[in-house]
Design a protein around this ligand. Structure first.
Ligand code: HSE
Length: 339
């Protein structure tokens, strides 16, 4: 029996999808989703700010199975690095947590994970798998939870990879756009407006940086002056995004907390930064824990020029450099097909 609330809200704040959607999803046998890469921190918002990009992104397929229980049957594109055991896999941990919450651990569900982004890249790879897995299973089951209600499960999935509880990758991956996390503990998450002509240039140099390692080299204590400047920049960036003030966005894109420590993990980081700024970036920093780097730009042309200039620096090391130029992705994770 389903309770149907045509206006979509109810006193307990529970998400109840419309009757027709539930009926059509009840019979779903297979769901394929796209789960995008994300840029976490966005320079001045360590652990509290992130945005989604259009490409790359993982594809996750879930289907019903006659055999009870949840299984990961296949992982591609991971060079054999990721475990099939759901208890050791970020997507698996998120899905197991979700199924436990829904009281459906006996349900027969199989999952395939097709990794389309590099491991240890700073592009939110583990977050994309955790989000894609939980979102796909939730869709297969007729959307018992809203996207926001999936947050604790996907954060737990990502925490299985790096041991830390932060939603600055999973937030924008799940909800799309630019996401501010006021509190990671409370998962108090907010969408920030996307200025119309804001583009991102992201470049991945072909080295691996483990988030766990990049977190361990961070300082435990921050000088008062440093923290004051970082807070000013974060406030300035949020104001700039609300007001589509590109100059203010540019003035605010500075990271005084993580970048000075983590830049040493990225060959020629400061040369890449100078090249990006000379090519017209509003600002430039490390994407998440690195080694990918990102710039925000006004317009596509500037973003393409910045990506090219940065890729040239990494190529001269020599390192294979893969550029991704895109608008901020407003959709986040989404269904590619369902049958
Ligand atoms: N905020 C996180 C960090 C993102 O910088 O460590 C990486 O997952």
């Amino acid at each position: 029996m389903f309770t149907v609330d045509p206006v979509g809200g109810n006193p307990k704040g529970l998400h109840i999808p419309c009757f027709r959607a539930v009926m059509s999803q009840m019979s779903l046998k297979e769901v394929r989703v796209f789960s995008p890469a994300t840029v976490a921190n966005v320079a001045c918002g360590f652990d509290v700010l992130g945005f989604a990009i259009e490409q790359p992104g993982d594809e996750i397929v879930v289907r019903r199975s006659a055999q009870p229980g949840f299984r990961i049957t296949k992982i591609t594109g991971d060079d054999g690095r990721l475990p099939l055991d759901p208890k050791l896999n970020t997507a698996g941990v998120a899905v197991l947590d979700l199924l436990r919450h829904l009281g459906k651990t006996d349900l027969g569900i199989e999952m395939e994970i097709h990794k389309k982004m590099p491991f240890g890249s700073g592009l939110g790879s583990s977050a994309a798998s955790a989000v894609g897995g939980a979102f796909a299973v939730n869709h297969l089951l007729g959307e018992p939870l809203t996207r926001k209600q999936l947050l604790p499960f996907v954060v737990a999935g990502e925490a299985a990879a790096d041991g830390a509880w932060h939603a600055d990758n999973v937030g924008p991956c799940l909800l799309g756009g630019i996401t501010l996390i006021r509190s990671n503990a409370e998962l108090d998450v907010h969408a920030i407006p996307i200025p119309e002509n804001l583009w991102a240039a992201v470049v991945h140099p072909d080295i691996v940086v483990l988030t766990k390692v990049a977190r361990e080299i961070m300082p435990r204590h921050i000088q008062l002056e440093t923290s004051t400047q970082q807070i000013g920049n974060l406030g300035g960036l949020i104001c700039g995004l609300y007001q589509s003030d590109y100059a203010l966005i540019g003035r605010s894109l500075h990271d005084l907390i993580a970048e000075p420590y983590r830049q040493r993990l990225i060959p020629e980081f400061y040369r890449a930064k100078r090249a990006a700024m000379a090519a017209g970036a509003l600002g430039f920093s490390i994407s998440g824990a690195g080694p990918s780097v990102f710039a925000l730009c006004e317009g596509e042309k500037a973003a393409r020029e910045v990506a090219k200039a940065v890729a040239e620096v990494f190529s001269s090391v020599p390192l294979k450099a893969t550029p991704y130029v895109s608008r901020i992705n407003p959709k986040g994770v989404h269904v590619l097909s369902a049958s």
